[in-house]
Design a protein. Structure first.
Lengths: 234, 240
């Protein structure tokens, strides 16, 4: 965890915001790591790299080491990320075609991929690309990203908006990949997936394990110490 | 040797009804908007189009859909900031969709260009997109067999092109373009500038000219994103 002197969020009646979940995940990205952030919520992780660490960000459409969005009016529309947003490049960046880009993904060259989820199962299965058979299906690079990165993290609310568990014994939505997720950062906890089990590593101090278990659709295992999930007020 | 073609309309004149056409670009980045609009003016029907996406707004591939030219899309992500053209047509049952994970799409095209009829990938194993495909175990892991993709035509956007067809690209506009150049019987490239052989350092050539059949100059290419923001709809007859 970062040693920054920031105000810690000590409210005990709430869950982490999305920015706080992203902050927590960012603390586990090593200096020099090659990382792919999924479109949308996972992109937030880039904002919270601890001081002194610099990860190199990969985007599926062929850039390593892209940076912040340009100022409005300065966009170059040949220079976009996988979410089709304008970006800039840092010194030392590289461009490459799509087959090389996904060779980096499938070939095991990325250190971390971070994705959102509809559901994660205790065996590491992920469902994050569609919730039913209606509408227009679209998968993009999600099915590729879950295979090959050395670690595949999910960041997510612990439960759905109507209170249903997103961490489940078996996914009911269409799968993105089987047995692919290694760690889940939620609004309430940090949970590893090991040997087909959810292993609780951190939880909000204000909650008991029993309360967390009641929000979780599969057994939470304790294997060693469970630390407090502590994040700054963001 | 001179692969230069003077007009956009001539460049795409051989694309006829029922052809399979790869179109380069990822969203608007590297998308050959002018060649697509010339194709709309020529008006071939019943096309199978391969692209990462399925059009945006009322220009480019979306305008092809509006013009009723596309029977089938092979793509990874048929969504965009304004996906109405594809969405409405698909939900009306008037266009077929083959959805392919993005990395698998890229590798299928690469394989098509490289003469590799099939390969195994971990992507999609155990998902509905792998249903019906052969599966095999290698080193204790399960992999899905995917087949090559080839096309009659590839329509791509590059930056510099020499008269031999050697190409360079601009920033992330490279994306699928070099792969599609390899995988089509006939590859047509629009470039911002046509230069003489030798003007592109051989060390800097990204697509060697052997993969390219025709080069047409579009000196100030339009960006899809800017057309979308301006609310432009392609009305036809603007490519000559």
């Amino acid at each position: 965890m970062s040693g920054e002197t920031q105000t810690l969020d000590t409210r005990d009646d709430i869950k982490l915001s999305n920015t706080q979940i992203a902050w927590r995940a960012a603390q586990d990205i090593e200096d020099g790591a090659y990382i792919n952030l999924g479109i949308g919520f996972p992109e937030m992780v880039a904002r919270y790299q601890p001081p002194g660490r610099q990860a190199i960000f990969h985007t599926e459409n062929g850039i390593l080491d892209f940076g912040e969005p340009p100022a409005a009016g300065e966009e170059d529309w040949d220079l976009i990320n996988a979410g089709k947003k304008a970006v800039t490049v840092k010194p030392g960046a590289a461009f490459f075609h799509h087959a090389d880009s996904f060779a980096m993904v499938r070939g095991g060259h990325l250190d971390v991929a971070i994705l959102g989820a509809y559901q994660v199962a205790e065996n590491g299965d992920l469902a994050n690309w569609r919730v039913g058979s209606k509408g227009v299906p679209a998968v993009g690079g999600a099915m590729d990203l879950v295979h090959g990165a050395k670690q595949v993290f999910v960041i997510t609310e612990h439960v759905t908006k109507d209170g249903k568990p997103k961490l489940v014994s078996k996914c009911t939505f269409p799968l993105t990949g089987v047995g692919c997720i290694t760690r889940v950062y939620t609004s309430h906890a940090v949970i590893d997936i090991a040997d087909g089990r959810f292993v609780l590593r951190e939880k909000l101090a204000a909650m008991t394990i029993e309360e967390l278990q009641a929000m979780t659709g599969a057994q939470l295992h304790v294997d060693g110490a469970v630390a407090d999930l502590v994040v700054p007020a963001l | 040797m001179d692969k230069t073609i003077r007009t956009l309309t001539d460049a795409v004149s051989k694309v006829t009804d029922g052809a399979t056409v790869m179109i380069g670009g990822f969203g608007g980045s590297g998308a050959p908007i002018e060649l697509i609009h010339a194709l709309i003016d020529n008006g071939p029907k019943n096309l199978t189009v391969i692209n990462n996406n399925a059009g945006n707004g009322r220009i480019g591939i979306a305008a092809m859909i509006d013009a009723g030219m596309i029977a089938k899309m092979i793509c990874s992500f048929p969504r965009s900031s304004d996906p109405r053209a594809f969405t409405d047509t698909y939900l009306a049952g008037k266009i077929e969709l083959e959805l392919v994970p993005q990395g698998t799409l890229a590798e299928r095209i690469r394989a098509g260009g490289a003469g590799i009829p099939a390969f195994y990938t971990p992507t999609g194993y155990g998902t509905e997109l792998a249903e019906g495909k052969p599966v095999a175990e290698f080193d204790g892991r399960q992999f899905v067999q995917e087949r090559w993709l080839k096309a009659d035509f590839a329509i791509v956007k590059a930056h510099l092109g020499d008269t031999h067809g050697n190409l360079t690209y601009r920033k992330a506009g490279r994306n699928f373009n070099p792969l599609m150049c390899m995988a089509a019987t006939t590859t047509i490239a629009q470039v911002s500038q046509i230069v003489e052989p030798g003007d592109i350092d051989p060390e800097h050539v990204i697509t060697p000219g052997i993969f390219v059949d025709a080069v047409v100059e579009v000196s100030n290419p339009q960006q899809e994103e800017e057309l979308i923001r301006a609310g432009v709809a392609y009305a036809g007859g603007m490519s000559a």
